[in-house]
Design a binder for this molecule. Structure first.
Ligand SMILES: [Zn+2]
Length: 64
């Protein structure tokens, strides 16, 4: 299973990265994106990333 190292990016760049991530994921389903906050797997949804399993303890989780 391949992994992409996390990086800190600006919101505008995040939108571009998400689009890129969707293309990569479509091309290779074994790709896994890792949350830099909790090291759990995340997936691109809409214009952001979400944890595969909700993780309320993650410092990057936004509770609505
Ligand atoms: Zn997280």
């Amino acid at each position: 299973m391949r992994k992409i190292k996390e990086c800190l990016i600006k919101p505008d760049a995040a939108r571009v990265l998400k689009a890129l991530a969707s293309h990569l994921k479509a091309a290779d389903d074994s790709l896994v994106f890792i949350c830099p906050g909790c090291r759990e797997p995340v997936q691109p949804i809409g214009d952001h990333f979400e944890h595969l399993d909700k993780n309320p303890r993650c410092p990057l989780t936004h509770e609505g």
